[in-house]
Design a protein around this ligand. Structure first.
Ligand SMILES: [Zn+2]
Length: 262
């Protein structure tokens, strides 16, 4: 019986993986990131008949088992070890992120240091497909399937703190959780959203989505899947904070972008 099961399950899993990779759609680019500050925001839902916004907005990319990671242009990546005044330490000299993600992370960790919270260590960033494959083979119950990991986008990092085994009990975790939303980041896999994300809680994994998306998700308590559904249902919303107005729109393909409002 076990042998039969193996005969079916392994080819089926392989076929599923191939199908997921084949479905890969290219619409990658990180979102806009205005200066991060303490923001007060007012949301006004617009009617779907409103004029569509114009201008160049970057797509907000969902990456999971159903939505494989788009391919990434290597020249968008920066090696973090080579960067000065990062505001955080590194577990290795090989860690890279997209430049926009790094710039936002640098602003965030510099602000944390300003608040007296230091000692962050970034332990993982961008992984190419081979590295994710190796990660998956080493930790099949913990790591995402190759193609389904946000680490393959260069938009996500794993973080920990010096001297602690449980990151959730550190002041570094508390600061990040309270403030990441103001810098374009989200805690991607919160413990109360595992049913929706399909991923067990990961206190260490942060994803760059850009402002104003992160701020709205933080204020409304939405994970990325819920936020995308919210925007797609509304069609267009208007978000305002610190005098800057945004239109956030889902197009006919369901791709969500934010534009500075005219
Ligand atoms: Zn991670």
């Amino acid at each position: 019986m076990k042998k039969n099961l193996r005969r079916w399950v392994l080819p089926a899993a392989g076929a599923l993986l191939l199908a997921a990779v084949a479905l890969c759609v290219y619409y990658f680019a990180p979102g806009p990131a205005p200066a991060a500050q303490a923001l007060s925001q007012q949301l006004v839902a617009l009617t779907p008949q409103s004029s569509p916004p114009t201008g160049q907005g970057a797509p907000l990319v969902l990456i999971n088992r159903e939505h494989p990671c788009p391919s990434i242009a290597p020249d968008t990546l920066v090696n973090l070890y080579a960067q000065k005044d990062r505001g955080f330490s590194l577990a290795s000299s090989e860690i890279a992120l997209t430049n926009e993600t790094f710039q936002a992370a640098k602003r965030m960790f510099t602000a944390a240091a300003h608040d007296g919270v230091e000692g962050f260590i970034i332990s993982s960033g961008y992984r190419n497909r081979q590295a994710q494959q190796a990660e998956y083979e080493a930790q099949p119950t913990l790591a995402a399937l190759p193609g389904a990991s946000e680490h393959e986008s260069g938009l996500a990092f794993d973080v920990t703190a010096y001297g602690h085994r449980d990151f959730t009990r550190t002041p570094q975790y508390a600061w990040l959780y309270a403030n990441c939303w103001d810098y374009g980041f989200i805690l991607r896999y919160p413990s109360d959203k595992t049913q929706t994300t399909g991923t067990p809680a990961e206190s260490w994994h942060y994803r760059y989505v850009g402002l104003p998306h992160s701020r709205i998700m933080g204020e409304r308590g939405l994970c990325l899947e819920e936020y995308l559904d919210y925007i797609r249902t509304a069609g267009v919303i208007r978000a305002e904070y610190q005098g800057q107005a945004w239109l956030i729109e889902a197009d006919s393909q369901g791709v969500v972008r934010a534009y500075p409002a005219p």
